[in-house]
Write a protein that binds this ligand. Structure first.
Ligand code: URP
Ligand code: ZN
Ligand code: ZN
Ligand code: ZN
Length: 471
């Protein structure tokens, strides 16, 4: 037949447009958009539904080494299954270079974890923790040429942080190779000063994690990262922005013509530092970096979403089990916040939260939702237009949403391998009910029908957004 699959009668939304059309799919690719498409082996009736590009979550942590005795809850099977049910068809997790490790070794190990196990397509960002001459001179340029076209650097965490000289050298390598740099902006020395002060006064409970990572340490590091990127003359992605002051650093730099991409996450809209003060060490469930702030900062982050300061809405899914010796309540972590692994799950709830709180509450329109959850991720990380849109020639990665479905988020109904959701009990409107990956129905009316291993690894091209502004 002419089409393998037609999605009929739905309302298609892209980052630019909302319109009624049928979507015709052949060999995993969108081949037709129009009314009354016929000649399909299979037709899905999407009347009353939104037909959206599959979500792309460009900031997730899966099966990442996490320190002595700590194990990340999700491997590639559970992590991508959870992502798929949450409305995603592509995720970009991090492949971490340990200090002294060759990038090729890190990549080989990480590919082995993913191979044959994925329910969504995947591509990897590198994390550069050891910017030696060999890494910056040969290994990183080779990795970029092989399709690993973005990498993250850290200004915090003892095992990962780079100093300013290392940041400059690493950014310079990005400029030479056309790769895009992502930066985690928190000032490690300032945090350590505060940790020594507060632990010295006997404060060891989860809330102290937030107290010792205040807005100022993120704002200063954001300003510094943007300034160092200006010295090198290279674009930069500021990831997981939690507050208005850091966000204003991005806005000011952009007003000067600096190409800065801003990312924020659901935790900065839905959680506050008060969540870290729960009974029985429950606050450990919400320990992530940067920490959630307060109601006023949530309002600031919404403003950044509404006005376009942020391009990317990602989950920063970084799952650890709560009630587990190798998770949040590990033997040391249950007495001292310094040993609670940082990060919270969220790959399955990201889209529903922004759809419900953003689109259904009238804060943003559907094209902006699609841009922030799919299209901009593809454009930023070298996957566009193969991914991130509904267009003839693009991969048939599609999420069919029921905009009226009402439910309450319950971890028992999610598909990850953690044992809690930080968003437990939050009511949401709208649900991704059918998921299609490269033309294959993976979830049908909320039931898993696709096979593990259909998700593929995606080498990426250079991003247009990584081009130095003066070239
Ligand atoms: O606490 C967090 N966010 N953990 C994940 C690692 C990171 O910095 O993104
Ligand atoms: Zn980070
Ligand atoms: Zn205390
Ligand atoms: Zn992260």
């Amino acid at each position: 037949s002419m089409y393998d699959l037609v999605i009929a009668n739905g309302t298609v939304a892209t980052a630019a447009d909302v319109y009624r059309a049928d979507v015709g799919i052949k060999d995993g690719v969108i081949v037709a958009l129009g009314r009354g498409l016929t000649g399909a082996a299979e037709t899905i009736d999407a009347a009353g539904r939104y037909v959206l590009p599959g979500g792309i979550d460009s900031h997730v942590h899966i099966a990442q080494p996490s320190g002595e005795g700590i194990v990340m809850a999700d491997d590639f099977e559970s992590g991508t299954r959870s992502a798929l049910f949450g409305g995603n068809t592509t995720v970009l997790p991090f492949c971490i270079q340990e200090k002294g490790e060759a990038l090729r070794t890190a990549l080989t190990d990480y590919h082995a974890k993913a191979a044959g196990n994925c329910y969504t397509d995947v591509s990897f960002h590198l994390v550069i923790s050891d910017p030696s001459e060999a890494v910056l001179g040969q290994e990183l340029p080779a990795a970029v040429a092989d399709g690993y076209t973005s990498f993250k650097i850290f200004m915090t965490y003892e095992a990962l942080r780079l100093n300013d000289a290392e940041i400059l050298a690493t950014m310079d390598t990005a400029r030479r190779t056309g790769a895009l740099v992502m930066v985690h902006c928190e000032n490690e020395d300032a945090i350590r000063f505060l940790v020594d002060k507060f632990t010295g006064e006997g404060h060891l409970e989860p809330r102290t994690h937030a107290t010792t990572r205040p807005v100022v340490v993120e704002r200063e590091a954001t300003h510094r990262a943007i300034s160092l990127a200006e010295v090198v003359d290279v674009p930069v992605v500021i990831v997981h922005v939690s507050n208005g002051a850091a966000m204003e650093e991005i806005a000011r730099a952009r007003a000067r013509g600096r190409p800065i991409v801003g990312e924020t996450c659901p935790q900065y809209l839905m959680l506050t530092e008060d969540d870290l003060s729960g009974m029985d060490w429950e606050g450990a469930k919400f320990v992530c970096s940067p920490p959630p702030r307060d109601k006023a900062e949530q309002t600031n982050i919404w403003r950044g979403i509404e006005t376009g300061i942020f391009d990317l809405f990602s989950s920063d899914h970084c799952p650890f089990r709560y009630d587990d010796d190798r998770g949040k309540l590990n033997p040391k972590g249950r007495n001292d916040f310094r040993h609670i692994p940082n990060g919270i799950p969220g790959v399955e709830t990201r889209l529903s939260i922004l759809f419900s709180e953003g689109v259904m509450k009238g804060r943003i329109d559907l094209p902006r939702f699609v841009a922030m959850t799919a299209t901009n991720h593809a454009k930023t990380y070298g996957l566009y237009p193969r991914k991130g849109t509904i267009a003839v020639g693009s991969d048939a990665d599609i999420a069919i949403w029921d905009p009226d479905a009402e439910r309450v988020i319950r971890h028992a109904e999610l598909h990850d391998a953690a044992d809690y959701s930080p968003y437990e009990g939050i009511a949401v409107r709208g649900r991704p009910e059918t998921m299609i990956l490269r033309g294959k129905v993976m979830v049908r009316d909320g039931a898993l029908v696709g096979e593990k291993g259909y998700g593929a690894y995606l080498p990426r091209g250079l991003s247009d957004r990584a081009k130095p502004p003066t070239e």
